[in-house]
Design a protein around this ligand. Structure first.
Ligand code: SAM
Ligand code: DTB
Ligand code: SF4
Length: 330
């Protein structure tokens, strides 16, 4: 095990100044400190999801009045992928509100879409729920580089949030993704009523995966009307930044993605997140079903901070160099 819970607690509770210093130190050693990865999300199948994730506006168990939409065809998705590329994104992430990935025409159409988007030169990520090993392999072969499946919270708090899919099923899904040779993107949500320890246990689970995820999205709960978590207070800013910094320190080479909740964060808080080691965001006016900041506002902030788009090839080169350095240190 790379990290015990006590070790992670010690990091999280450092004086804020030392915590940020440690995160910066790790960030500079392992990442391009001026690079931010720009990803765009697209909901390709929306709503009516049989899972009961209490935070999710797409769950059929929620009363959000969301318009459901069947799987979109390749041509429709391609238009958004092209717009995302033009807008400066390097990764296109397609999300579907499925319990498990279906076989048949829908999957064939999806594989075709993955291939076409990948041929455009975008890094393709999918987040489609649980999948079978052969589906993971087919996705990879079609050009899907990354699969997102979040742990969402600690093992203990998990059953308060989701009852239709177990924590172990999620870990199993992540293992299948890895075995198929795709990158793993896995993180969670802060602000659902979980304790600080629950958040740290989630980070511990992620950091102790072998290897740990290539990217870790940290979402601040968007408390959507009609979901059981409606009305929850937005997470405390400093607790959120501490989680980002802790994730950076214990998973030095991962892309820490500042994900849902940015519309509730002012520029200063987002800048603190970058200081704490966040180096990826979702760009574009929509996440899956909820609003995201305007791209122009994001570029304005990145320009003010002197941060630039991180090219995926460059990110891999930096990671390779960091590997070499640690090899010579031994
Ligand atoms: N259905 C797939 C799944 O569950 O893996 C993919 C899509 S799902 C919407 C992806 C992730 O979005 C969830 O695991 C959760 O972490 C995040 N998410 C969903 N609703 C959210 C909300 N209201 N606030 C913050 N994060 C949310
Ligand atoms: C992740 O961790 N966050 C993104 C992405 N992975 C798929 C999704 C956020 C969704 C927020 C609620 C919505 O827009 O429906
Ligand atoms: Fe379905 Fe994913 Fe939403 Fe859960 S998070 S209800 S699995 S779309």
């Amino acid at each position: 095990m790379r990290y015990t819970l006590d070790e992670i607690r010690d990091i999280y509770h450092l004086p804020f100044t030392t915590l940020i210093f440690r995160a910066q130190e790790t960030h500079h050693k392992n990442q391009d400190p001026s690079g931010v990865q720009l990803c765009t999300l697209k909901s390709i199948k929306t709503g009516a999801c049989p899972e009961d994730c209490k935070y999710c506006p797409q769950s059929a168990h929620a009363e959000t009045g969301l318009d459901r939409e069947d799987l979109l065809d390749t041509a429709t998705i391609l238009k958004d992928a092209e717009a995302a590329k033009k807008g400066g994104s390097t990764r296109f992430c397609m999300g579907a509100a499925w319990r498990r990935v279906p076989y048949g025409d829908q999957f064939d159409s999806l594989l075709n879409t993955v291939g076409v988007v990948s041929d455009m030169g975008m890094e393709v990520c999918c987040t489609l729920g649980s999948l079978e090993q052969d589906q993971a392999i087919a996705l990879r072969d079609a050009g899907c580089a990354v699969y997102n499946h979040n742990l969402d919270t600690s093992r203990e708090f998990y059953s308060e949030i989701i009852t239709t899919r177990s924590f172990d099923e999620r870990l199993d899904n992540i293992r299948k993704v890895r075995e198929a040779g795709m990158e793993v993107c896995s993180g969670g949500i802060i602000g659902m009523g979980e304790s600080v320890d629950d958040r740290l246990k989630m980070l511990q689970e992620l950091a102790n995966l072998e290897p740990y995820p290539d990217s870790v999205p940290i979402n601040a709960l968007i408390a959507c009307a009609g979901t059981p978590l409606e009305g929850r207070e937005f997470v405390d800013s400093f607790e959120f930044v501490r989680i980002i910094a802790t994730a950076r320190i214990i998973m030095p080479k991962t892309m820490v993605r500042l994900s849902a909740g940015r519309t509730e964060m002012n520029e200063e808080l987002q800048a603190l997140c970058y200081l704490a080691g966040a180096n990826s965001i979702f760009l574009g006016e929509k996440l899956l079903t909820t609003p995201n900041p305007e791209s122009s506002d994001d570029y304005k902030l990145l320009n003010k901070l002197g941060l630039t788009s991180l090219d995926p090839a460059e990110a891999r080169a930096i990671h390779a160099r960091a590997d070499d350095e640690s090899a010579t240190l031994v």
